[in-house]
Design a protein. Structure first.
Length: 174
């Protein structure tokens, strides 16, 4: 099987989880985590060192233009999700973006249109997909136990202390 080259843009906290997941897929021969980039060179270097990523940069273009990379994981702060997605899809790279997809519906429409025009795959992280409660709900729906869903809501309480919001100025702003 051919291994897919993947790059990460944005090397903050959430990028660690992407790197761990991608490295587990790499161990199975599914992909190769080729490079990462962050405006903060120290963050990029740390992510690369901690996860055995061979290349790290301070410019997202270096990851996007890397010839060994076919897909990009956008792990930047939310206001930069759309620009990174547009840059990646403009050169034919498949893209997966952290939540929220974009800052508003108009931006989401732009991202979707760009990926359609470029004929590339595009996805948004839904990190709770494999939680036991989500899997049980999915199975109940598939088994017809609750009828045909029309819409649904899911709510849970998630505590974040003040330090979480202080660590990154954009948190709590969208």
């Amino acid at each position: 099987m051919r291994r897919i080259g993947i790059g990460i843009i944005g090397c903050g906290n959430i990028a660690r989880f992407h790197a761990m997941a991608l490295k587990s897929l790499e161990a199975e021969g599914e992909c190769e985590l080729v490079a990462c980039a962050d405006l903060d060179g120290e963050k990029a270097a740390t992510l690369a060192k901690d996860h055995g990523i061979p290349n790290h940069y301070t410019d997202a273009r270096a990851v996007i233009d890397h010839p060994g990379i076919e897909a990009i994981a956008v792990c930047t702060n939310p206001p930069f999700h759309l620009p990174a997605t547009l840059m990646a899809t403009a050169v034919g790279k498949h893209t997966i973006v952290e939540k929220p997809m974009t800052m508003d519906l108009a931006e989401a429409d732009r991202a979707i249109e760009a990926t359609r025009k470029a004929n590339v795959r595009f996805g948004v992280i839904f990190m709770r997909r494999f939680w036991p409660a989500a899997l049980r709900a999915h199975e109940a729906i598939k088994a017809g136990k609750i009828g045909r869903p029309i819409s649904g809501d899911f709510m849970f309480k998630w505590h974040r202390d003040e330090s979480y919001y202080r660590d990154a100025p954009w948190r709590g702003t969208w």
